[in-house]
Design a protein around this ligand. Structure first.
Ligand code: AMP
Ligand code: MG
Length: 269
């Protein structure tokens, strides 16, 4: 795909989100993008099958975004062609009292995908440097130390055979307003609306600053961030499916060798 440079920043590169257009769609037209997406879905399905069979690698997909940023619909849409048996989706909510009695990565680590599996995090350990920072849920020095903790943790799991892809779904504040209004208008979407999302929206700029630090400080060679222009769902789906296909293809996976002499096996009546 063209224009990778606008979507996959270099490790160490300082991120300024004002420089990323949430409406960006490259040179793509919607129809063509949808066709390419279908193609990616088919390739993902085939690659997932060999990932499962080979049982050597795992893939972890981390999704972060503001409310109404499209995390749920990305999971539904991008993964729709994949065998559910090979996928584990986990949504991280406010930590329980038990979880809060442990280090912030304790609850995360147990959901890291096992060999052969694709794991999807709907929110993640990044909440611990986002909502936790903006709402001052822990002292400054505690969340500030977490960027290093996160990089070391992601290094550990990457070294253990987990390919990590992190997607920040970048929507504009105006797009969030439209999506919230949609949720208020459509009865089937009322359940998705929470008044609690409004104080978060009010602190949009604080969240952008927190995202910029996470995207800058935790964008490593072993766990790269993608900044996905996400106002247009069809482009978002294309970018994410494309990154997944490329990551899986680069593993050069193979089906395990069959048992010897399969051609001599006769299935008894
Ligand atoms: P939702 O994704 O809409 O179901 O909402 C989940 C809520 O849990 C969001 O408001 C998150 O900010 C919140 N949340 C997730 N992880 C944490 C965390 N580590 N600390 C505090 N709040 C969190
Ligand atoms: Mg919500």
């Amino acid at each position: 795909m063209q224009h990778q440079q606008t979507i996959q920043p270099q490790p160490g590169q300082q991120i300024n989100l004002a420089g990323y257009d949430p409406d960006y769609t490259g040179d793509w037209e919607k129809d063509l993008a949808r066709r390419q997406f279908k193609d990616n879905q088919e390739r993902m399905d085939a690659l997932q099958n060999v990932l499962y069979a080979e049982h050597k690698h795992a893939l972890l997909i981390v999704l972060q975004a503001m409310d109404a940023g499209g995390k749920d619909s990305t999971i539904r849409k991008v993964m729709e062609g994949i065998n559910p048996q090979g996928v584990h989706v986990w949504s991280f909510k406010q930590p329980t009292p038990e979880e809060l009695d442990h280090d912030f990565l304790w609850r995360i680590h147990q959901h890291v995908p096992a060999k052969g599996m694709i794991g999807i995090f709907n929110r993640s350990h990044y909440e611990d440097v986002l909502v936790v920072r903006v709402n001052k849920l822990v002292p400054d020095d505690v969340w500030q130390a977490r960027y290093d903790h996160i990089n070391a943790f992601e290094r550990l799991i990457a070294d253990s055979g987990v390919t990590i892809l992190k997607f920040y779904l970048h929507i504009s504040k105006a797009e969030q307003k439209e999506r919230f209004e949609d949720r208020l208008k459509e009865p089937d979407k009322h359940w998705k609306f929470s008044r609690g999302d409004l104080p978060v929206r009010k602190r949009w700029d604080d969240y952008m600053a927190a995202y910029e630090d996470a995207l800058t400080r935790c964008n490593t060679a072993w766990a790269p961030w993608y900044i996905v222009p996400a106002n247009h769902k069809w482009y978002r789906d294309l970018v994410i499916s494309d990154a997944i296909v490329r990551a899986l293809e680069s593993l050069h996976m193979e089906y395990p060798a069959p048992e010897p002499d399969l051609d001599k096996v006769k299935i008894p009546d």
